[in-house]
Design a protein around this ligand. Sequence first.
Ligand code: 1GP
Length: 243
Amino acid sequence: MVNNSIYQSILNSISNDEKLLAVLIDPDKFSIENTTSFIEKVNASVATHIFVGGSSVAEKATEILVAEIKMHTNLPVVLFPGDVTQITNKADALLFLSLISGRNPEYLIGKHVEAVSKLRHSKLEVISTGYILIESGQEAAVEKVTDTKPMPRENIQNIIDTAKAGEFLGMKLMYLEAGSGAKRPLNDEIITAVKSELKIPLIVGGGIRSKNEMKNAYTYGADMVVIGTAFEEDESFFDKLRK
Ligand code: 1GP
């Protein structure tokens, strides 16, 4: 039987008109001693998912952190890996990312092939996800690590066509990204245009630092918002997002 419970629950939430929020934890920037208190805040907030991943993470750090997080929450823990080494069976699901804004074959198929030996007998729910990096005025870590260029903001048609191509290829989620720590989040025009083209759920992340920016992303069409840096920099942000 195909394990698709997390994906199915995302679809169910969307059909019930519920908005989703993922808190992104980068093992490279997070002190494991802080897990209990941080996850307590996540649990008390409107967050619906925990994403774990980063552009460059030490081997085993993800597995150790995910195991610790799972001891403190019932929220689904979803891997958002920067590399194959970050895949661990301790999580509930894996965003099987294809960097479709770029043209580096390693991030379109190479890493995926490498990942299979870890996934073949795993119970991790594998969710095929298109990942589109949009330029934000500064070089994103993803650009450096993957040696790809982001898509220019102005060329909206190309962004839409890329997202739609991902959907036609069978991707189950589309992740529209301004890059972690982006100075400004994606604008209404881009989110609205992409949303209007897609039948699959739309995830939006990068540079969202206030409740207002989060709400805007939902209003423009995001089904799920991902926030990482704002929580890393100031955990009191959770107080504004209490259930
Ligand atoms: C990064 O979209 C995520 O991949 C979250 O971005 O860290 O800017 O919130 P921030």
